[in-house]
Design a protein around this ligand. Structure first.
Ligand code: AMP
Length: 566
């Protein structure tokens, strides 16, 4: 396909406004592309390499302007182009208006004698350009790009300049390519979507659709060495999780950097969240996986920087390791990292994306299990997962989840992830099936107006404290707090409150307003259960506000404001 034909179609697409029209035009272009389909698809998205490939074209604006200026002849300088760009705001428009070409002598540079541009020759030149390194490479790159611009007509220059700067601006996104592929080759959109998720390669999927139809698209699976987009989480509460699922898979939320581990059983590659190859930066993770995993597998997890005792360090430390390109051994002495794998996308030759989290976690444990370690554990009845595997607890109990959160925070982690144990793995999707627990943003200072004596060994300490907010002169209840309090604190609180007890009925005691608790909560709901007309969901004791008297406690009006802000 001539690059001019591609550019002409881009112009039509850019001029179209309705999504359906754009999709049809894209579909027509894909059908016409034939053998050059993969390249055309990537070009439409402003790419030369598929999304999973970390190779960068790495053409900076300056380099592009230099090549353009040279192709435009003696009278045009880089400064002219920059000035023109400042007016137009689009390099495509600037390039189109330049009188390119005809620079004889040098004109044949990189052209192999061709006078027109073909889609494939543009791709070949751009790939060669990306691979050019070393002394004088900048000049060589300008020469190569000049060779392309010098053969470009107006409209070609518009899209070529945008392509090399990776901004096509024709209104074609990944969704358009998905729909255009489905339309062009008569393949169900869902099948295209799924193949895109597992391959991250729009060109490959389109080419499979063209040559093998639906069957070919359905055959595309995860492949070791080809990273996929990570599944993402939304902010959510324990209440959201318990309302949505019978049981919650609870994991610690590690404060590090996302990592995808690929191994064929021998060699290991590591990819960052945006699919960059970070293998060389993290040799200890590579060594760990090489030593532990002896089958092809793709794992998802977090790498965390740790200190000499294995305690987590802030995530900036791990980022420093990610960025490090040289002196890695030195950096490794400075900041050590540890893998916490929490998912398994592929094992034993099987793509596991459609398996449940429960099953995937079991596969993860199996993949990272060390035989001797497992045997020793089985003998001693230990149930901790193998080294490198993040723990997963199943719980339907808010108090238990709260306890896990305290443990996570005490161990220096960020908090909790709450996941649907039956959920499948959806790459790139920020769905409702993984929730990062929202930290308490606001706290309330509530007056303790009642309590209950405990049971059993706690019979002589108060637990479950009734909380109230001020309403004029009165105090109106808003909830009860029983979590977040240690045994020691319970004893202290009992001492503190005992002298304020007004009356008792069974185990329930009435307490005169005197003591103020700071409480965290997940949300406030309207509720007839309490006098204030509101209820705190999952309130947690954060501490006694010794510095506050009941008159300084929060009011019902503040609660109303908090609810309306939500
Ligand atoms: P955020 O970056 O705040 O959107 O939180 C989501 C990120 O938390 C993920 O992309 C991971 O990098 C990280 N994370 C830490 N621990 C876990 C875990 N157990 N499960 C999933 N993601 C986790």
């Amino acid at each position: 396909m001539e690059f001019a034909a591609f550019a002409a179609r881009c112009e039509e697409i850019e001029a179209a406004s309705a999504d359906t029209e754009i999709t049809s035009l894209v579909a027509e272009l894909l059908t016409a592309a034939e053998a050059e389909l993969e390249t055309v698809v990537r070009f439409l998205l402003g790419r030369v390499y598929p999304a999973h490939d970390s190779t960068k074209l790495d053409i900076g604006p300056k380099l592009c302007y230099e090549a353009l200026a040279r192709a435009a002849g003696q009278n045009v300088s880089v400064e002219d182009i920059e000035a023109h760009l400042a007016e137009e705001g689009d390099i495509g428009t600037v390039a189109e208006q330049l009188d390119l070409g005809g620079q004889q002598g040098l004109a044949a540079f990189g052209s192999g004698g061709e006078t027109t541009l073909a889609v494939t020759s543009v791709e070949t030149t751009l790939r060669e350009l990306a691979e050019t390194t070393g002394d004088g490479s900048q000049d060589t790159k300008v020469d190569m790009l000049f060779g392309l611009f010098n053969r470009a007509g107006d409209i070609e220059a518009r899209y070529l300049s945008r392509l090399v700067l990776s901004e096509m601006r024709i209104g074609v996104g990944e969704g358009t390519i998905r729909d255009g592929t489905a339309m062009a080759f008569d393949v169900p959109v869902d099948a295209v979507e799924r193949a895109l998720q597992v391959s991250n390669d729009y060109g490959l999927v389109a080419e499979s659709a063209r040559t093998e139809g639906t069957a070919g698209v359905e055959e595309i699976q995860l492949e070791v060495g080809r990273p996929v987009q990570a599944m993402l989480a939304q902010t959510g509460t324990v209440a959201d999780a318990l309302d949505s699922w019978d049981e919650v898979a609870v994991e610690w939320k590690y404060d590090g950097a996302r990592i995808q581990v690929h191994t064929d059983g021998t060699d290991v590659a590591l990819y960052s969240r945006n699919m960059e190859d970070v293998t060389d930066a993290l040799p200890e993770v590579v060594e760990f996986v090489t030593d532990t995993v002896d089958e092809p597998a793709i794992l998802d997890g977090e790498v965390v920087a740790v200190d000499a005792d294995g305690a987590p360090r802030p995530f900036q430390a791990v980022l420093r390791r990610f960025r490090r390109k040289h002196d890695i051994e030195m950096a490794r002495e400075d900041v050590q990292v540890k893998l916490h794998a929490f998912d398994c996308l592929y094992a034993g030759g099987e793509t596991l994306l459609d398996s449940s989290l429960r099953d995937r976690h079991a596969r993860l444990v199996a993949v990272l299990a060390d035989e001797e370690e497992s045997k020793a554990k089985a003998e001693t009845g230990q149930r901790t997962p193998p080294d490198g595997v993040s723990r997963l607890w199943l719980s339907a109990d808010a108090k238990e989840i709260e306890q896990l959160e305290q443990e996570a925070l005490a161990a220096g982690h960020e908090g909790l992830m709450l996941k649907d144990p039956n959920s499948t793995y959806t790459p790139g999707n920020r769905g409702q099936r993984w929730l990062k627990r929202k930290p308490d943003v606001e706290t309330l200072d509530c007056v303790v107006t009642g309590a209950e004596w405990g049971e059993g060994r706690r019979a002589n300490v108060l637990g479950t404290f009734e909380l109230s907010v001020r309403d004029g002169e009165a105090y109106r209840s808003i909830g009860k707090v029983a979590t977040g309090i240690t045994d020691e604190e319970l004893a202290e609180l009992s001492d503190l409150l005992e002298s304020h007890i007004k009356g008792e009925s069974g185990t329930v005691v009435d307490i005169a307003p005197a003591i103020v608790f700071e409480v965290g909560y997940e949300e406030i709901q309207q509720s007839p259960t309490y006098e204030s007309g509101y209820a705190l969901r999952f309130p947690r004791f954060l501490g006694v506000r010794d510095d506050k008297s009941p008159a300084d406690a929060d009011t019902r009006t503040r609660v109303e404001t908090l609810v309306s802000e939500d």
